[in-house]
Design a protein around this ligand. Structure first.
Ligand code: PMP
Ligand code: GLU
Length: 396
């Protein structure tokens, strides 16, 4: 049986592929340091685990839930957004999904018609463009420069806009760059989107993970008109160390949320019940653990950023959020006699046993992505191995 054209055209997730490759080598007994996937190395906080255990023991986790999620969790999201964004919504404005990734998927399926265009600043998170294509939309990639911290400007948006433009995806703090848009930058973008009736998809998944005094401004908070023009995408994976539980959510216009829910009802039925009960505790329970983990990421960043920045040829600014470094390594490649990042990353894995993700999947083929959501000892050892690898290649 031949597979569909749709499936054939799809680029599988490079982050998950790099992680799987590193894990397979580890399983063979190789001493691999994996700085691939973006997932906290902490275990889910105890109070959240307990909430899940309780939901299993009292039988609540045994059943299907409403496809938009249990009432308690939709209400918890409303409360969370009220607390952290000072914005008012109702449960009908919220859908709970199987991770933020599926919230994005449902959104594109719900609003895009064939050939509708979606503006995506580059570098971008690996799934945006592919998900847009799965919905028969057209990703319109806008190159952002390292000099402007990889942030898109209104001038660039204006130049990329056509009468088919329907959505703009913003991700601040950004995966992979860790950069954060300022309030002034977001205000300009938001006003432009309102003026042009372009829906803003605000992927806020790293909003709690900002460092060294940086602040996260959700674009939806900047005016009532911008709020109306925005769908907030968020989830518990990153802030609460809950990647495996698969709970995300979308918040915004009732008609869009309802269309997303119809699609969810015919695809996944509902996100896993036990995970939803755990997520209620995450969002409205004790929040101290979020700060403990944030501080740990900040300490790692402050310790390891100078070490990676000092690697020969690595060009990178210090990120302000998320948990990635995204250096341009073009000069390193020249020094090592390579023309292609993929080959360099492959050889680094085979010869130095350090796994990174190539930048191509993020639209930036001169870069590599380094996840520092792992312990300091691993990160320090990885820097040593990369330095030794570069030195070995440079003398040859
Ligand atoms: N958006 C961004 C920018 C991400 O890095 C991730 C991480 N996978 C997601 C969305 C989706 O997260 P999840 O599906 O685990 O909630
Ligand atoms: N967002 C994470 C990353 O970028 C998880 C992997 C994925 O969902 O692609 O590594």
């Amino acid at each position: 049986m031949e597979i569909s054209t749709r499936a054939k055209k799809l680029e599988p997730s490079v982050t998950l592929a790099a992680a799987a490759k590193a894990n397979a080598l580890k399983a063979e007994g190789q001493d691999i340091l994996s700085l691939t996937v973006g997932e906290p190395d902490f275990t889910t906080p105890k109070n959240i685990q307990q909430a899940a255990i309780q939901a299993i023991e009292n039988g609540k986790a045994s059943y299907y839930t409403p496809s938009a999620g249990i009432k308690e969790l939709r209400e918890a999201v409303v409360k969370y957004i009220k607390t952290f964004y000072q914005l008012s919504y109702q449960s009908k404005n919220v859908i709970i999904t199987d991770g933020a990734k599926f919230a994005l998927y449902l959104l594109f399926q719900a609003v895009l018609n064939p050939n509708d265009e979606v503006l995506i600043p580059v570098p971008y998170w690996v799934s945006y463009g592919e998900q847009v294509k799965l919905a028969e939309g057209v990703p319109v990639f806008i190159s952002c420069t390292q000099e402007n911290e990889f942030k898109v400007t209104v001038e660039q948006l204006e130049a990329a806009k056509t009468d088919k433009t329907k959505l703009l995806i913003l991700n601040s703090p950004s995966n992979p760059t860790g950069m954060i848009y300022s309030e002034a930058e977001l205000r300009k973008i938001g006003e432009w989107a309102v003026l042009n009736d372009i829906l803003i998809v605000s992927d806020d998944i790293y909003g709690r993970l900002v460092y060294n005094g940086a602040t996260f401004t959700p674009i939806a908070t900047l005016s009532e008109a911008i709020q109306k023009q925005t769908i907030i995408i968020n989830g518990v994976s990153k802030s609460y160390a809950m990647t495996g539980w698969r709970i995300g959510y979308a918040v915004g216009d009732e008609t869009i949320i309802s269309a997303m829910n119809d699609i969810a009802s015919q695809s996944t039925s509902n996100p896993t019940a036990v995970s939803q009960y755990a997520a209620v505790e995450a969002l409205i329970g004790e929040q101290d653990t979020v700060e403990t983990m944030r501080v740990a990421f900040e300490e790692r960043l402050n310790k390891i950023y100078p070490m990676f920045a000092a690697l020969p040829g690595f060009k990178l600014e210090k990120p302000h959020g998320a948990f990635y470094l995204f250096p341009n390594i073009k000069e390193t490649l020249n020094m090592c006699g390579y023309t292609d990042v993929t080959k360099w990353v492959d050889d680094l894995l085979t010869e130095a046993h350090v796994a990174l993700v190539t930048g191509a999947g993020f639209g930036a083929p001169e870069h590599v992505r380094i996840s520092y959501a792992t312990d300091l000892a691993t990160l320090e050892e990885a820097v040593k191995r990369i330095a030794a690898f570069i030195e070995k290649k440079s003398v040859n």
